[in-house]
Write a protein that binds this ligand. Structure first.
Ligand code: C2E
Ligand code: CA
Ligand code: CA
Length: 541
C-alpha cells in the first residue's frame, strides 16, 4: 500500500495526518458546541477512526479510538449547558465501539495490503525462484552508485538442455544458487535481476566491467564445483557501461547492448561446435567429466608407432580412457565429442599433455627415450588461452618439446579462423611437431595442408584399407602419398590390423605405421613389458 503512493508518499501521509487531526478537533468541538453528547454528533468520530485505519493501519486507528473515546467520554458532558456528566456505561460502550471499529478497519486494511504486496511481488519477482525481474529496476535506489555502472548480461547456455534432462525444478534451484552466489560474493553495490530462464542481469557499481566479469566468472566456476546436483553449465557474459544510472533512466533496455554481446559470443562459440552432437549427447555426463578431472578418473594408454628407420626413441600415441565410478570404462568416442561442445576441452587436453609429459620423464629417468603424440581438439585452437597454458605446462616441467607432438583432426576451425592458424604457428614455434589426424576421412584437402605449419599426416584407416581391394583407389592413394612426400610431409598409416594391410602399405613406403597388427594401446604393466622387451623385434618387422 505504501508503495502505491509512490514518490508522493511523504506529502500524502502528512496531508492525511493533518486532515485526521483537524477533523477530530472539529468533531470534538462540534459535539461540545452543540451542547454535549446527548445530541449524538459523537458518531461522526467513526469517520476519522475508519480513515486512519484505512490509511495507517490497526495501531494508529486503535490509538485514535482510545484517545477520542476518552475525550468524548469522562471529559465531555452529556449536557454542556446544565453541566451534566455522561453515564459511565454510555461513554465506555462508545469508546469500545470506536476501538472495535478501529480494529476491524485496520485488520481489513492489513489483508488488503498483503494481497497488494503479493501481487506487486508477482509483478517484480519470479514466482518459482523469487528472483527479482527487470520490473524491479524502477524502484531501486541507485543514489549510492558512482557515475559509471557496469551492466553485465549473463546468459546460461543450453539451458533448455538442462531443463530437458533435469527438469524445471532443478533448473530453478540452479538459478537460485547462481543468484545467491552472486548476491553473497559481489561486495560492491549491485542489483541482480533474472528473466527466470537463461538471463541474469547485473548492475554493478564499478566503472571497469572487465573486473566485474572476472569476479562473476570466478564466482560461478567455484559454484559449479560445489553444486549438489550433477549439472555442468556454461555461460556467456556481455557488458556495457551505463552513465549516471538512476530510477528514472533505468529500464529493461539497460541490458540490451550487453545481452546482444553475450549472444554474439554464444553464436561464435557454437559456430565451431558440432550441432549434431549437441542434440544427441549425454548431457548429465558432462558434470561427471569436470569431477573426473579433479578425481583422476582418466588415464592414458599408449599405442606404439613403427618407424621406417632405426631410432633409439620409441614413438607412441597417447589415447585417453575414462574409468567412470559407476558406468565403468567409457571410450573416448563417447565423451570427447561431448567435451568438445564445452570449454572443458581445454583442461582436458592440458590434462593429457601434463600426464604424457610425466610418463615420458618417468621413462627418461630409467634411461629409456620415448616420444609421444597427443590428440588435441580443433576447439583448443580457437581458445585465447590454450597455447599459453601449453607453454606454462612445458615450462613447469622444463620439457624438451621435440618429444611431444600434437595431432589435430581436420576441421572447419582451420579454414575460418585466423586465431586457429595463429595458434598452430605458435605451437610450431615452440618446437611441437603438428600432425593432421584422420586425413582422408573428411574434408581436408592437400591444397589446404600447405597453408598449415604441419610436419606429418596420419592417413585414415578407411583410406589405406581400400588400396588392397580396389586398383583405382590404389592409384589415387599412390598419388596422394607422392604429393604429400613432395610437400615434405611425413606420413603415418593408421589402423593396420593385418600383415596383408601392412605389406601393401610397406610397398608404397610410408614413414610410420600404427595399428593393432603391431600393438593395441597399452598401459601400466603391459606398456612397461612392451617397452622393455618388444622394441627390437617390433622395429625389425
Ligand atoms: P584417433 O586419434 O584416430 O586414434 C586412433 C584410434 O584408433 C584409437 O581409438 C585406437 O585405439 C584405434 N586403433 C588403433 N589401431 C587400430 C587398428 O588397427 N584398428 C582399429 N579399428 N582401430 C585402431 P580410441 O583410443 O578409441 O580413440 C578414438 C578417438 O578418440 C581417437 O581417434 C581420437 O580422435 C579421440 N581421442 C582419443 N584420445 C584422445 C585425447 O586424449 N584427446 C582428444 N581430444 N581426443 C582423443
Ligand atoms: Ca590420433
Ligand atoms: Ca586417427
Amino acid at each position: 500500500m505504501e508503495k502505491l503512493f509512490g514518490k508522493r508518499r511523504k506529502i500524502s501521509s502528512t496531508f492525511f495526518v493533518v486532515l485526521i487531526i483537524v477533523s477530530t478537533i472539529l468533531i470534538i468541538a462540534t459535539v461540545y458546541l452543540v451542547g454535549g453528547t446527548k445530541h449524538a454528533f459523537d458518531h461522526l468520530m467513526y469517520l476519522p477512526i475508519i480513515f486512519t485505519g484505512i490509511c495507517f493501519g490497526i495501531t494508529p486507528s486503535v490509538a485514535l479510538a482510545v484517545v477520542v473515546g476518552l475525550i468524548l467520554g469522562p471529559f465531555m458532558p452529556a449536557d454542556v449547558k446544565n453541566n451534566i456528566p455522561q453515564d459511565t456505561f454510555c461513554w465506555v460502550l462508545r469508546a469500545l465501539a470506536y476501538i472495535f471499529s478501529g480494529i476491524v478497519v485496520g485488520f481489513l486494511r492489513s489483508i488488503f495490503v498483503k494481497v497488494i504486496d503479493e501481487n506487486e511481488k508477482l509483478y517484480t519477482h519470479n514466482k518459482f525462484t523469487n528472483i527479482p525481474n527487470t520490473k524491479i529496476l524502477s524502484s531501486v535506489d541507485f543514489s549510492s552508485y558512482g557515475n559509471k555502472t557496469s551492466a553485465l548480461s549473463l546468459i546460461i547456455e543450453k539451458y533448455e538442455l538442462i531443463v530437458y534432462y533435469f527438469g524445471e525444478e532443478v533448473y530453478a534451484n540452479l538459478l537460485v544458487d547462481i543468484y545467491n552466489a552472486l548476491n553473497d560474493h559481489i561486495l560492491t553495490h549491485k542489483t541482480i535481476v533474472s528473466n527466470g530462464s537463461n538471463f541474469i542481469g547485473l548492475l554493478i557499481d564499478n566503472d571497469d566491467p572487465n573486473i566485474s566479469v572476472r569476479e562473476v566468472v570466478q564466482i560461478l566456476r567455484d559454484l559449479r564445483k560445489r553444486l549438489k546436483y550433477p549439472i555442468y553449465f556454461e555461460f556467456s557474459i556481455g557488458t556495457e557501461i551505463i552513465e549516471n544510472i538512476n530510477k528514472q533512466n533505468v529500464t529493461e533496455a539497460v541490458f540490451k547492448e550487453s545481452t546482444s554481446k553475450a549472444i554474439s559470443s554464444i553464436v561464435r562459440k557454437n559456430f565451431l561446435r558440432d550441432p549434431t552432437t549437441a542434440s544427441t549427447f549425454d548431457y548429465p555426463l558432462l558434470a561427471d567429466i569436470e569431477k573426473a578431472l579433479l578425481n583422476d578418473e582418466f588415464y592414458l594408454v599408449y599405442q606404439p608407432l613403427k618407424y621406417h628407420k632405426q631410432s633409439n626413441v620409441l614413438f607412441f600415441e597417447a589415447l585417453i580412457r575414462w574409468n567412470h565410478p559407476t558406468k565403468g570404462l567409457i571410450p573416448p568416442n563417447e565423451f570427447i565429442p561431448l567435451v568438445e561442445n564445452t570449454l572443458l576441452i581445454n583442461p582436458l587436453s592440458l590434462w593429457v599433455l601434463r600426464n604424457t609429459i610425466i610418463q615420458i620423464k618417468k621413462y627418461k629417468e630409467q634411461g629409456i627415450d620415448i616420444m609421444c603424440s597427443i590428440n588435441i581438439s580443433p576447439i583448443n585452437l580457437y581458445s585465447t588461452t590454450f597455447v599459453n597454458s601449453v607453454q606454462a605446462v612445458i615450462d613447469e616441467f622444463n620439457f624438451d618439446t621435440t618429444l611431444i607432438k600434437f595431432e589435430i583432426t581436420e576441421g572447419i576451425a582451420f579454414n575460418i579462423s585466423k586465431r586457429a592458424l595463429n595458434n598452430l604457428n605458435r605451437l610450431n614455434e615452440m618446437g611441437i611437431d603438428l600432425a593432421i589426424d584422420d586425413f582422408g576421412s573428411g574434408h581436408a584437402s592437400v591444397s589446404y595442408l600447405i597453408q598449415l605449419p604441419i610436419k606429418y599426416v596420419k592417413l585414415d584407416r578407411l583410406l589405406t584399407a581400400n588400396i588392397m581391394n580396389d586398383e583405382r583407389e590404389k592409384i589415387l592413394f599412390l598419388n596422394t602419398v607422392k604429393l604429400l612426400k613432395n610437400l615434405n610431409l611425413e606420413i603415418v598409416g593408421e589402423g593396420i590390423e593385418t600383415k596383408e594391410h601392412y605389406d601393401a602399405l610397406k610397398e608404397v613406403g610410408l614413414h610410420y605405421y600404427q595399428g593393432y597388427y603391431f600393438s593395441h594401446p597399452l598401459s601400466g604393466d603391459g606398456l612397461h613389458k612392451w617397452i622393455t622387451k618388444t622394441p627390437k623385434k617390433f622395429l625389425k618387422l
